[in-house]
Ligand binder design. Structure first.
Ligand SMILES: *Cc1c(COP(=O)(O)O)cnc(C)c1O
Length: 382
């Protein structure tokens, strides 16, 4: 039995990360400033976008994406029901209506055929989620968007390192939002980034994220001397701080190293778990780079008498933390009450919801940790 609890999704924070944050704390400028600018530039380059705007979270970023594209009340936005609540909530915060779509039961990616079925005159955008880091069928989704004149907002919360046909996902169309929440591949504790190739949209996002102040208002207290600002929109307080950005910058230097470690763990889990009553994640699609954000298992409930929740509890008792990504949105009371969704509406997402659990899979895992996870699962499921 393990001595310490293996926390699900705990980040890998090392001396140089701590040093970076301490330097910013000592610099006298801890709010939005030069570190945020630097982080935006490096991030934009990595994901292949012309512009990046750092924000306080991916949720905030998605909200601003919807607003910046002019999507408002009376509009509908297509969202997979198998995602984190923030994807749909951002649409609701902008006053629009999320319209749910089913996913593939094994890849967990949004189903293009179901997108086509759910498009109406009011549909303005699609938000594909590159689930666990696995890129969606972007060519097919772009085609649908072209046919129906829709925007695409990529929810790239899992997909910083992902590639589709040799391209990162930062600009594959209109706009994308990323998350640096603690459990994500790169963390700033809380934080996010919006990327786009459209200068006008990028400027709007930055302005919306900081009260609706005119450009570069963050410099008003800098050593350039005081600058007056003007309010041009009733904006939000969605900016990132230099403290967060300095953590982001030092994490960023290790992003490919972290990635290689997760790729190694992926192979290890795939080999070790293949004889258990589990459905393992399928191999990455050809011509894509999987982001390896989550290692999600589906309990094969036809081959075991245990339920998913029993497995999770047994793992917990053996000091192994897990996650559930996710219970489909249409099974939650809010979306049922607000939009009339109900159990039975999206069979594939329900298949996943009933069976899914995620095991520890961050760069922070040691070989011993991974062995403990495998050993515990073998003990529970054999
Ligand atoms: C984590 C996550 C978000 C929200 O990110 P925050 O930075 O926590 O706001 C949105 N969508 C998906 C798919 C996520 O996993």
């Amino acid at each position: 039995m393990r001595k310490s609890y293996l926390i699900f999704g705990s980040p890998k924070i090392e001396e140089e990360d701590i040093e970076g944050v301490v330097q910013t704390l000592r610099s006298g400028w801890i709010g939005t400033g030069p570190k945020v600018n630097e982080f935006e530039k490096e991030f934009a380059e990595y994901v292949g976008a012309k512009y990046a705007a750092a924000v306080s979270s991916c949720t905030a970023g998605l909200h601003l994406c919807v607003l910046a594209l002019g999507i408002d009340k009376d509009s509908e936005v297509i969202v997979p029901t198998m995602t984190f609540a923030a994807t749909a909530n951002a649409v609701i915060h902008a006053g629009a209506r999320p319209v749910f779509v089913d996913v593939d039961p094994l890849t967990m990616l949004i189903d293009p055929d179901d997108i086509r079925r759910k498009i109406t005159k009011r549909t303005k955008a699609i938000i594909p989620v590159h689930f666990a880091g696995r890129p969606c069928n972007i060519d097919e989704i772009n085609k649908i968007a072209d046919e129906h004149n829709l925007y695409i907002i990529h929810d790239n919360a899992h997909a910083i390192e992902s590639e589709y046909k040799g391209m990162r996902l930062g600009t594959s169309r209109d706009i994308a939002a990323y998350s640096f929440y603690v459990t994500k591949n790169l963390t700033t504790a809380e934080g996010g980034m919006v990327t786009t190739n459209n200068q006008e949209i990028a400027a709007k996002i930055k302005m919306y994220a900081l009260h609706g102040l005119t450009k570069d208002a963050w410099k008003r207290f800098s050593d350039d001397g005081y600058k007056h600002y003007q309010i041009v929109y009733p904006g939000f307080k969605y900016n990132m701080t230099d403290i967060q950005a300095s953590l982001g910058l030092s994490q960023f230097r290790k992003i490919e190293k972290f990635y290689s470690r997760r790729a190694e763990l992926w192979q290890y889990y795939k080999n070790e778990l293949k004889d258990l009553p589990l459905l393992l994640p399928p191999d990455p699609e050809p011509d894509t780079r999987h982001g390896f954000h989550l290692f999600i298992l589906l309990l094969d409930i036809n081959k075991t008498s245990l339920t998913r929740d029993q497995v999770i509890n047994k793992l917990h008792n053996m000091k192994i933390g897990t996650g559930v990504h996710y219970i489909a949105l249409h099974l939650h009371p809010y979306y049922q009450q607000a939009y009339g969704y109900g159990s039975g509406d999206f069979p594939n997402a329900e298949f996943i919801s009933e069976r899914t659990f995620s095991i520890p899979f961050s760069a922070n895992l040691t070989d011993e940790d991974a062995k403990d996870v495998v050993g515990a699962l073998k003990l529970i499921l054999r």
